[in-house]
Ligand binder design. Structure first.
Ligand code: SAM
Length: 278
């Protein structure tokens, strides 16, 4: 298959075109589109963000995911994806391709105001999932600030996506990645190669928790910033994982209710994968 080829003809062009699209990415707008109601409505069981948080909570509390270091691949300007993992891992590394996103995350880390989004309801919701009182959110925020070791540059299209000294030589114990690979890859082959590239950051036997869009061909990264996405189905996700050296443990699928289709993308569903590196 094409994805076994190291540098297929034209692959560099596709990747460069994607990088160009991201130059106009607007963290505040992206947060507004995807991390406010109806997509982040904690009063609704069928809202997309509570679904993602429940999947992550379950994955991190089943007991098989453990170790020292959790790496979030393509964090963007968001923190929800590490709110469960920060209770299990002593070290969390956040990563993104864009300085504007790393800056947004640093703003939260330094806690000096100026954040584009208030993460309090997210923190409160995950506390509830953990059986804690909602007011424990301040402790969770402190815990997260304590375990985040750094916020660094990543490029999932590079065979070595992080700087050499970013990780211990043994690799990470767990990777989490949400809506990154399919929304930065020009085609399915690039998506599969990116899965293989990030897999090199993970120790054998380590876990991958992957959340992504199904059937999506574009999303808006800001006003007028239309970013192409590789439309994926479940079978393609499973095949790419297998081809990139992962064993699937669980795949869950969420179908977007009609009123969650708010015109910021054409996503039809979301997948959650728990997998292990062979
Ligand atoms: N993880 C966040 C979330 O769940 O909402 C953000 C996902 S956003 C759709 C895609 C992210 O991929 C953006 O933050 C973007 O900066 C980042 N990105 C773009 N090109 C990338 C690349 N080559 N390697 C890694 N990340 C990249």
């Amino acid at each position: 298959p094409e994805s076994h080829v190291r540098s297929p003809l034209g692959a560099e062009n596709g990747v460069a075109a994607m990088a160009a699209c991201y130059q106009r990415f607007d963290p505040a707008a992206y947060l507004q589109y995807n991390y406010t109601p109806p997509r982040a409505d904690f009063e609704r069981k069928d809202s997309i963000v509570p679904w993602k948080l429940a999947c992550l909570h379950r994955a991190f509390t089943e007991g098989d995911v453990s170790g020292e270091l959790l790496v979030d691949i393509g964090s963007g300007p968001t923190l929800y994806q590490v709110l469960s993992g920060c209770e299990v891992f002593n070290k969390v590394l956040l990563t993104d391709f864009l300085e504007v996103n790393r800056q947004e995350l640093r703003g939260w880390l330094q806690d000096e105001g100026g954040c584009s989004l208030d993460w309090t309801p997210f923190l409160q919701h995950v506390c509830k999932l953990e059986g804690r009182r909602p007011s424990a959110w301040t402790e969770k925020a402190a815990k997260l600030r304590q375990v985040i070791m750094d916020i660094v540059h990543i490029d999932v299209h590079c065979p070595q996506p992080l700087a050499l000294d970013a990780l211990p030589s043994a690799g990470a114990d767990c990777l989490v990645s949400c809506f990154c690979l399919e929304s930065v890859s020009p085609d399915l082959a690039a998506f599969t190669r990116a899965l293989g590239n990030i897999g090199r950051l993970l120790r054998p036997g380590g876990h991958l928790l992957l959340i992504g869009a199904l059937g999506e061909s574009y999303y808006f990264g800001g006003p007028g910033v239309k970013i192409p996405v590789v439309p994926l189905n479940e079978a393609q996700v499973c095949a790419s994982l297998k081809e990139s050296g992962y064993t699937l443990i669980r795949l869950e699928v969420y179908t977007l209710p009609q009123d969650m289709r708010v015109g910021v993308d054409d996503v039809s569903g979301v997948f959650f994968v728990k997998a292990m590196k062979e």
